[in-house]
Design a binder for this molecule. Sequence first.
Ligand SMILES: Cc1ncc(C[n+]2csc(CCOP(=O)(O)OP(=O)(O)O)c2C)c(N)n1
Ligand SMILES: [Mg+2]
Length: 319
Amino acid sequence: MSLQAGDLLQMYRTMLLIRRFEEKATEFFLAGQIRGSFHPCIGQEATAVGACYALRRDDSMTCTYRGHGQAIAKGLDPREGMAELLGRRTGCSKGKGGSMHFTDPRVGLLGENAIVGAGVAIAAGAALSAQLDHTDRVTLTFFGDGTINQGTFAEALNLAAIWKLPLVLFCENNLYSEMTPIRDMVAIDHLTERAAGYGVRGVTVDGYDPVAVYETTREAVERARSGEGPTFIEAMTYRLVGHMIGDSEVYRTREEVGEWRKRDPLTVFPERLVREAVVSREEIARVEGEVAEQMAEIVRFAQGSPWPDPSEATEDVFA
Ligand SMILES: Cc1ncc(C[n+]2csc(CCOP(=O)(O)OP(=O)(O)O)c2C)c(N)n1
Ligand SMILES: [Mg+2]
C-alpha cells in the first residue's frame, strides 16, 4: 500500500499523541504519581509509528521498557496506558504491571519487557506458533542497540534464520545502551553485519523519517508473510531526553543532543507535509487541537479510575 495524504496525517497524529502522552506521563512521574521507573521514548516516535503502520491488528509485537509509544502505535487504547501508569484497575494490565509491562493481546501487543533481549525470544516463539498454525500472522519485535550482545538475541536470530520464521527484528539504534555509547560495545560500523553473520537480511533506515521506516518495515513484513523469513532492520534514531527520568546525561554533549533536536520528527515531518502540499497548515492545526482534546480525555479517564483492590493482587498470576 502506498501512503495517501490521510495516512500521513494519521501517522503525524499518532506521533503527536505519543509525544503528548509521554510529556504528561513525565509530569505525573515528577509529581510522584507514577511509581517505579519510567523510560520515555521522546524523539523515537517515528520508528514506533512507521513500523506499526506496516502491521495488521492481528500481527504480534513485543517491545521493551521504552515501549509506551510502540504500544499506542500498535493500537493500545492510550487511556488504558495512562491508567496503567497511574496504577489503576482500568489499566491494560489491571494496574499491576506499570510502565514496563504494557500488554494487550486484543491488539497483538504481547508485552513490553524489562529484561534486555527477552522480547526478541518471545517474538521468535510467537512467530513459530503462527508458522505452525499455518496462519499468515507476522511478529515484529522492537529492541535497542544494547540488545545486540545478548545471548538470547543470537539464539533467537539463528532460530529465525534456520526456520524462516515470519519475524521482523526491529532494532532502534539510538546510539546508547543506558549510558554506554554503541561504539564502545561493538567493533562493527553497522549492526546489520551481525544479522548477515546469521544469514539474515539486514537493512538500515533513517529512524527519524516515518515514511522511510514504514516502507522498509512494509517490505520486511511482506517477505515474512509470504514465507521468505526474517529481516533485521536497523533504524538510526536518538532519544531527545535521558535514558530514564533523573538521568544526568553526562555521557553525551549538549551539542550532540542539539543536532538531533534540529531533526526532531515532530517538527520536521509536519513541516515537510505542508511544504510538499500534501496537507494544509489548517489540517495540521486541526490534528493538534484534536490530540489536545484526546489527551484531556485520557487524563480524565485515568485519574477518575479506581485503584485495584488488594484482594486482586494474586489474580492473573500463574504458579
Ligand atoms: C538482561 C538485562 N541486563 C541488563 C539490564 C539493565 N539495562 C536496562 S536498560 C539497559 C540498556 C539497553 O539499551 P538498549 O538495548 O540500547 O535500549 P535503549 O534503552 O537504548 O532503548 C540495560 C543494560 C536489563 N534490564 N536486562
Ligand atoms: Mg539504545
